[in-house]
Design a protein around this ligand. Structure first.
Ligand code: M6R
Length: 582
């Protein structure tokens, strides 16, 4: 939710570098953008901002060695140029990712300021400026401002007449990239990966002052200096680029040729720790949002089938109703690509305070969830940039499947099943397969509705299929438990309504026949072809791990539906990759 990026060092092209880096963070928000450069000769603050996507923007900026920038996903205030960041108030220019919950209260107290925008961010800038006006030094001004803020923030600040870029975080990510001649501050590593993979992680309630190529770290509450370790991130530049692929979404779908195998090439020690945590618990909850929640639902079936254990699955936003059951014997299992989703993070933070143990599966290893967890299992899918989650979801499922087998002491059996699944998926994903799915998409792309059914672990995949299709093609797609059809949803079926049938067990086929009798045109997603299917997307037989393979053709279908409807699958309307606000 919003990408922020700063560059400081010995190149006078900091403005262009920020623009370039922001383009790599555009998946975090693409309503509007803005860049601020401290002009080299005069020290004047130059600001350029506009409504629209940053990806196609070409600009020249005044020479300057320090610049900050922002790509916005609007929360407070509409998508207008005035509401776009950076916001300049007095001597302070600032970009922000997060939510300042009590900004209206603080705004009232700052009556000396005439606010131009409707944003919470402008109030942070005013707060800092009000402290500077009292001759308080910048770092202390940041500290004082942070004391007034309830909510989550990552801010980058430039102050007129003061050298360097100041940054602070509480609850929203900030990573410092340490290049040979420049230092970077970003919401995510891809912004500067071309320059360096050496990073310092800023933790909650820490701040940094970057001057030239030097970074000085401090506690946000006490102002005491902190030493930071340099860490190398194992991502390659090409992992975070589209290369020859037309979109990140299709690249990431095809990455699944490798990512399922990578997810299970996992340190055995970590898996054992995670299994122990579960074994010693009395009550476990999967907590996740969106696609990750559907993954958790599939894992609920894996654990029931493999371990004989029922794990509760709750969408993070609904978990508050059940938090009174959380105690020191509870394990909360967070499943998240970004590791930053605000609804999940809040549950983890509160659970931790109650003594619960936290197991987190995330793709971003530096994420807040990873850092909060008692045991963290990285899913190793590599950067996922398309808003629609694809390879992260299948990697999460593979790892959870393996965890279930680890819990019964049969990790090797789990690995073997998953290795064979990974290899079949590798064979399945080829241009011919994609072309066939495109031809199916051509037939149904103008349909207003699409329904998906599945049973057992394919029921959550029916729900996940609906999310994939909705978010990139805007078709009204809905997933159902196959057996639930006749309890209501079947009334929606008309002649030629397209329905995806995930699986080909006898009961699901019987539900498929019920659909067909009402006029539905059926697209089967299964290991075997059946007469009832008008079209058939073959998937391998995966011996209990069927959910992993079955979602992949639907991801491809969703991608082509988006293209055929003239939409950009990487940047669907109203969405952002990482939802760091509640
Ligand atoms: O980063 P997370 O996995 O925690 O994100 C959770 C959801 O926001 C995410 O899965 C969302 O539903 C995707 N856009 C779905 O493709």
């Amino acid at each position: 939710m919003c990408g922020i990026f700063a560059v400081s060092g010995d190149s006078s092209k900091a403005g262009s570098s920020v623009l370039k880096g922001l383009k790599k963070l555009e998946y975090r928000g693409y309503d509007s953008w803005g860049v601020c450069v401290r002009e080299q000769e005069s020290g004047t603050i130059f600001i350029e901002k506009e409504v629209g996507k940053i990806s196609t923007v070409k600009r020249d900026f005044p020479a300057g060695r320090e610049a900050i920038g922002h790509s916005r996903w609007a929360t407070h205030g509409g998508v207008t140029r005035t509401n776009a960041h950076p916001h300049k108030v007095g001597r302070v220019t600032l970009v922000h990712n997060g939510i300042f919950e009590n900004y209206l209260d603080e705004k009232k107290k700052l009556s000396a300021y005439a606010f131009a925008s409707e944003t919470d961010t402008e109030v942070i800038a005013a707060l800092i400026d009000s402290f500077l006006a009292q001759d308080i030094e910048p770092l202390q001004a940041l500290q004082r401002a942070a004391c007034c803020i309830k909510g989550r923030f990552a801010i980058l600040v430039m102050i007129e007449g003061r050298e360097g870029i100041f940054a602070a975080r509480r609850g929203s990510p900030l990573i410092i990239g340490r290049g040979a001649t420049q230092t970077f501050i970003a919401s995510d590593v891809p912004a500067f990966l071309e320059q360096t993979n050496v990073v310092n992680y800023l933790d909650d309630d820490e701040m940094v002052h970057v001057v030239g190529n030097k970074a000085h770290f401090f506690h946000l509450e006490t102002g005491t200096p902190i030493e930071k370790r340099n860490i190398s991130v194992p991502w390659k530049v090409e992992d975070a680029e589209k290369g020859d692929w037309p979109h990140f979404m299709i690249k990431e779908i095809f990455d699944q040729k490798k990512t399922i195998q990578k997810a299970i090439d996992h340190e055995d020690r970590k898996l054992q720790q995670a299994a122990k945590l579960l074994e010693n618990s009395n009550g476990a909850y999967f907590v996740a949002c969106g696609t990750a929640h559907k993954v958790a639902m599939a894992a609920e079936y894996f654990f029931a089938d493999i371990v004989g254990r029922k794990i509760n699955v709750v969408p993070a936003s609904e978990m508050p109703s059940f938090e009174r059951f959380v105690n020191p014997k509870t394990v909360i299992i967070a499943v998240s690509q970004s590791g930053e989703t605000a609804d999940v993070l809040e549950i983890l933070e509160r659970g931790k305070k109650k003594g619960a143990k936290i197991l987190a599966l995330t793709n971003v290893v530096s994420s807040s969830m990873a850092r909060l967890a008692d045991v963290h299992l990285p899913i190793n899918a590599g950067p996922e940039k398309a808003v629609a989650s694809t390879k992260a979801a299948t990697a999460q499922m593979a790892l959870l499947f393996l965890l279930a087998y680890t819990e019964i002491g049969q990790a090797n059996v789990g690995r073997q099943i998953l290795r064979s699944t990974a290899s079949s998926i590798n064979d399945m994903l080829n241009p011919r397969y994609e072309n066939y799915i495109r031809s199916v998409a051509e037939r149904i792309s103008q349909q207003p509705n699409l329904f998906i059914i599945g049973r057992k672990s394919l029921y959550p995949m029916a729900l996940e299929s609906a999310i994939k299709i909705q978010e990139v093609s805007y078709i009204n797609a809905q997933g159902f438990a196959a057996g639930e059809l006749k309890h209501g949803p079947i009334a929606l079926i008309e002649k030629n309504t397209p329905c995806l049938v995930l699986g080909d067990d006898p009961e699901t086929l019987s539900n498929a026949i019920e659909l067909k009798s009402r006029g539905a045109s059926l697209i089967g997603v299964s290991p075997t072809r059946h007469d009832v299917f008008q079209e058939w997307l073959r998937v391998p037989d995966c011996n209990g791990a069927q959910a992993i393979a079955s979602i992949i053709p639907v991801q491809i279908l969703a991608y082509h539906l988006a293209l055929l409807r003239g939409l950009d699958p990487d940047m669907p309307r109203n969405l952002a990759k990482s939802v760091t606000v509640k």
